[in-house]
Design a protein around this ligand. Structure first.
Ligand SMILES: C[S@@+](CC[C@H](N)C(=O)[O-])C[C@H]1O[C@@H](n2cnc3c(N)ncnc32)[C@H](O)[C@@H]1O
Length: 257
């Protein structure tokens, strides 16, 4: 594997720990689910309605983690699902679940900004809080475009730019603006002795990047916590009370022209 950027090495340490603290333990419950739900607030796809018909599609999940979303896409009829992730521990859990549930996903350990697969191999590139926030948009979005066939779709979930501008480097979200939106890109977080790096562009900069990379933006949905949402036991930096008032997560759908 080519030498990894500093943030990808950090992400691997961070997600090795997260795997033992939370994600491995929760993978089975997620893989077992038949209903597709999005993000921290588990918003049902039946309410959102953003996914296209999946039957027969070849899908690549960039930063798949334990690959429960890829599993749901396969259950919905995707022909082939390939999960790419940089963290061996996350892939071990994904492989174990894949064995147990017999869904026939494939996995590759790689940086989602530089995937060792040929051009135009997939009909859909997907990420739910994987490459969408852990990789540099100026690298992973062109890489997704390279992997897609003409007419293929890029669908991803990320935090809203509003959430990011209200989030300090080391603590839970506030109800005021804390960082500039202008030029927002690399964010370094420091929490309980852990350092990690994410990438967040303003919606306008992301829209322009998608257009320049050859995508037509088809849809954008911003999601709120519902009245009965409770704080997430692990991803607890945004309380449900905040996300009932402001959208904390969003889904983009774009088509390669
Ligand atoms: C939050 S998980 C996303 C998976 C799942 N949808 C979820 O929400 O748990 C983030 C994943 O991105 C992976 N990741 C971080 N940086 C990466 C990179 N440069 N290339 C590939 N995967 C990466 C991490 O290893 C981790 O498994």
């Amino acid at each position: 594997m080519p030498e990894l950027p500093d943030y990808a090495q950090q992400a691997r340490s961070h997600w090795t720990k997260s795997n033992s603290d939370f994600t491995a333990e929760n993978a089975r419950e997620s893989w077992s689910r038949d209903e597709i739900v999005w993000g921290v607030w588990k918003t049902p796809e039946s309410d959102v309605g953003i996914l296209p018909e999946l039957r027969g599609l070849d899908v690549i999940e960039l930063g798949c983690g334990t690959a429960y979303f890829g599993a749901w896409l396969k259950k919905r009829g995707a022909r082939r699902v390939v999960g790419v992730d940089i963290t061996p521990a996350q892939l071990d859990t994904a492989r174990e679940m894949n064995e147990e549930f017999g869904l026939g996903l494939e996995f590759i350990e790689a940086n989602a900004e530089d995937v060792p697969l040929p051009d135009a191999s997939f009909d859909m590139a997907f990420s739910e809080y994987g490459a969408s926030i852990w990789c540099d948009q100026y690298r992973w979005i062109p890489e997704a475009a390279r992997l897609l066939r003409p007419g293929g779709e890029l669908i991803f979930m990320r935090n809203t730019d509003l959430e990011m501008v209200c989030s300090p480097d080391d603590a839970r979200i506030a109800e005021r603006l804390i960082r500039p939106l202008k030029g927002m890109h690399r964010l370094d977080w420091f929490s309980e002795g852990d350092q990690s790096t994410e990438f967040h562009l303003s919606a306008s900069d992301l829209f322009q990047l998608l257009r320049r990379t050859g995508f037509d933006v088809l849809d954008l949905r911003q999601l709120y916590a519902s009245e009965d949402s409770v704080d997430h036991p692990y991803y607890n930096f945004v309380p449900a009370a905040w996300a009932r008032q402001w959208p904390s997560e969003e889904i983009w759908r774009a088509r390669k022209s």
